[in-house]
Ligand binder design. Structure first.
Ligand code: PMP
Length: 429
């Protein structure tokens, strides 16, 4: 098939008429499909229904503590061990918290900004008027929202297929002493799905040495065990590298069971150096007497020793949905030269780039036909994609038939908007 840009104007006009007619038919069907957020589907949530009632009245921890009572600010030992397994570190470095890793991320950035994680006088707000964070793009909108909420400026750096462009990252950090941190989703990055290469992980472990004091690598390993295929890509373990590099105090890792058990009722974890854990413990001590230890215990009883098996069940449910999207993108857009997309081996998203300048129009057109996608620009700080080309596709939540139907509409919209842009440019030139 010839790339659209190589086709004659009359051919493109005829194809546009066909696509418009097809979309009008679909509009009349009154679709209401949603590919917006990375949520687990109901059948995935069902995999963890045994959480309900799993304790059977036995609230004792292995050390004899009664989980029903106050206390245990850092989480129950069994849950800290579970977090250590997920984050490939040791339990003493782990804090097991409530249901949201995002709230732990906000807590850490807020503490670094206002209180300091590295002793008296280390708060960023004492050191600089305009703390800044590096944001690899496309990236995760809720990370950007944390920065915006706390008044931290964002500076973009490009993503590659192997993680952030480390030449750009290192150059920025060296040139700008106001930069205090970087957001990383090292495995199955949101939204591109890439896994950071060993070289990127090694350079990230060294990065705080190149930066101004009190730099923070925010290592959000939300998809640590969320593989779609086996054997799965391996992410290099960060902690041994930062310990060896002497940057251990400048990295905090995060994960949660949000997409392992119940997205709204899971357990979140962070891992950090002993001194950062101590600083956070002090900070958290005024907020709570302890986390929900009962839910932590439920999770331990459900998942201990069987995370891999449990995640394979998720993968079996998710694989057909990712395959349905990729098959349609390949089949309908594969040879047209108007879009590129990622082929993730895990995680929750596919990232697609259209021709520059039409992502927003594609999304608006799809919405008019009843298919809602993540808003254009959401994968960039301040919601501003400078090329207006990135679209995040989240196929996990709808039923398979709905993923298929939504993607069928989406590819038609991408093709039609591309044709309209090519024709408009021809007219203008
Ligand atoms: N981090 C990333 C990269 C995510 O994609 C998500 C969910 N979309 C989260 C964090 C949310 O985590 P939690 O539910 O633990 O707050």
């Amino acid at each position: 098939m010839t790339a659209l840009s190589q086709r004659a104007t009359e051919q493109l006009q005829a194809r546009a008429r066909e696509l418009n007619a097809r979309l009008d038919q679909l509009k009349a069907a009154g679709l209401a499909l949603d590919l917006t957020r990375g949520k687990p589907a109901a059948d995935q949530l069902d995999l963890s229904n045994a959480l309900d009632g799993i304790l059977r009245g036995d609230y004792r921890l292995k050390d004899g503590t009664d989980a029903r009572n106050y206390g245990g600010l850092l989480g129950i030992p069994e849950a800290r061990a579970l977090g250590a397994t997920l984050l490939d570190t040791t339990p003493d470095r782990v804090i097991a918290g409530g249901n949201s890793s995002l709230s732990l991320m906000q807590l850490v950035v807020d503490a670094a900004l206002r209180v300091g994680l590295w002793g008296a006088g280390s708060a960023w707000q004492r050191e600089t008027d305009t703390p800044r964070f590096l944001c690899p793009v496309p990236g995760y909108d809720r990370h950007f929202a944390i920065c915006e909420a706390l008044g931290i400026e964002m500076v973009t750096v490009p993503m590659t297929d192997h993680g952030p462009d480390m030449d750009a990252v290192e150059a920025r950090v060296a040139a700008d002493p106001g930069i205090r941190g970087i957001w990383c989703v090292p495995k199955y990055s949101n939204p591109t799905g890439c896994v950071y290469s060993d070289a990127v992980v090694a350079r990230m472990a060294q990065l705080p040495k190149r930066a101004a004091a009190h730099f923070l690598v925010m290592w959000d390993n939300a998809y640590a065990v969320h593989d779609l295929e086996q054997p799965s890509p391996k992410l290099a373990s960060l902690a041994p590298l930062t310990i060896a590099a002497g940057t251990d105090d400048n990295v905090v890792q995060f994960t949660s069971t949000s997409k392992i058990t119940f997205a709204g009722a899971g357990v979140a974890f962070l891992a950090a150096s002993p001194s950062v854990v101590k600083a956070l413990e002090k900070h958290m001590g005024t907020m709570t007497i302890g986390p929900d230890k009962i839910n932590q215990l439920r999770h331990v009883r459900l998942l201990e020793g069987r995370i891999a098996q449990h995640m394979q069940q998720h993968a079996a449910l998710l694989r057909p949905k990712f395959a349905a999207v990729l098959e349609r993108l390949d089949h309908s857009l594969g040879d047209l030269g108007i879009a590129t997309w990622t082929r993730p081996k895990g995680g929750y998203f596919i990232s697609l780039d259209t021709l520059p300048g039409i992502a927003q129009r594609v999304i608006e057109r799809a919405r008019a036909i009843g298919v809602t996608l993540t808003p254009a620009g959401a994968t960039f700080p301040y919601g501003a994609d400078p090329n207006d080309c990135n679209i995040r596709i989240a196929p996990t939540f709808p039923r398979l038939a709905d993923v298929e139907a939504a993607t069928d509409v989406f590819v038609l919209c991408v093709e039609l908007e591309s044709i309209e842009q090519i024709l408009a440019r021809r007219l203008a030139s």
